[in-house]
Write a protein that binds this ligand. Structure first.
Ligand code: URA
Length: 267
């Protein structure tokens, strides 16, 4: 047997953890460089995974590479996410029966997203509420009915847009998602956007605006402005649930949906 091709089982486990980690970040293309092409590999060495200084490899602890120039990762180099466009089905399959953050404990259903996988317009809410958790679909409760009315107002059919949330599981008592929950879940949101590549993203409420656009100011200040998200136009408006509690603010939602209509009709 050719000894060059044997990978010790603990290295194989580490590689597996490492690949899972990058898959969660959206990298799905990897290639194996021949040992002869890898300058850092010594004679007779077939694989070397870079470890952070001081980190000892143990069979059960994932060892993730620290950011380094590619030559320090001699055999396996992730390709950029733009190399292959993912599908929503593939991202959903990768999400699986997610337990990446604590929200899984209280959920009935994961609410991944709903709508046209080639939508021109993507809405991003905060997180599922009770009705959404029950049905596994986004914006099906009272806030969803208001969103439906706004879509009718601009003559856009709900089935033509894509609707999803920053976190895919219901936060207990409908509280705002916490930072660690957003950190775990948002890579899936970014991958969804990358799979759809819409013309316009509309963030509904502050958590979506903060996560997608890094906006820290209040929504009532920045609503209706156009921003850029990785070459895609994006805007933020007030969350429909906020409007349900502050009915006078419906005017903001209407104004912003008018802007969406104008944007989509300009080619
Ligand atoms: N509020 C949200 O932010 N998302 C939903 O799906 C429902 C209500």
């Amino acid at each position: 047997m050719n000894q060059d091709h044997i990978i010790p089982s603990h290295v194989s486990r580490q590689l597996n953890d490492w690949l899972e980690y990058f898959r969660d970040l959206g990298f799905d293309g990897f290639y194996l460089k021949h040992a002869a092409e890898a300058p850092a590999a010594g004679a007779g060495q077939t694989a070397s995974v870079h470890q952070p200084a001081g980190a000892e490899a143990t069979p059960h602890e994932p060892v993730f590479p620290s950011p380094q120039p590619p030559q320090t990762m001699s055999l396996f180099e992730p390709q950029p996410a733009v190399a292959a466009r993912e599908t929503l089905e593939g991202i959903r399959a990768n999400l699986g029966e997610c337990q990446r953050c604590k929200l899984w404990r209280g959920r009935k259903h994961i609410v991944f997203g709903q709508g046209n996988p080639s939508a021109e317009l993507v809405f991003i809410g905060e997180g599922p509420g009770a009705d959404e958790d029950e049905q596994g679909l986004p914006f099906v409760g009272r806030a969803g009915q208001l969103l439906n009315r706004m879509l009718q107002f601009i003559q856009v059919r709900r089935e033509d847009v894509y609707i999803c949330n920053v976190v895919k599981c219901r936060p207990p008592g409908n509280r705002t998602p916490e930072t660690d929950e957003i950190t775990s879940c948002s890579p899936f949101l970014f991958r969804q956007i990358g799979a759809i590549l819409p013309r316009l993203i509309c963030c509904l409420g502050a958590p979506a605006a903060r996560t997608v656009l890094g906006i820290k100011e209040g929504i009532t200040k920045v609503h209706g402005r156009f921003y850029d998200y990785a070459g895609i136009k994006a805007m933020a408006t007030v969350h429909p649930a906020y409007v349900l509690r502050n009915v006078r603010e419906e005017v903001i939602l209407r104004e912003d949906f008018e802007k969406i209509r104008a944007f989509l009709s300009a080619r």
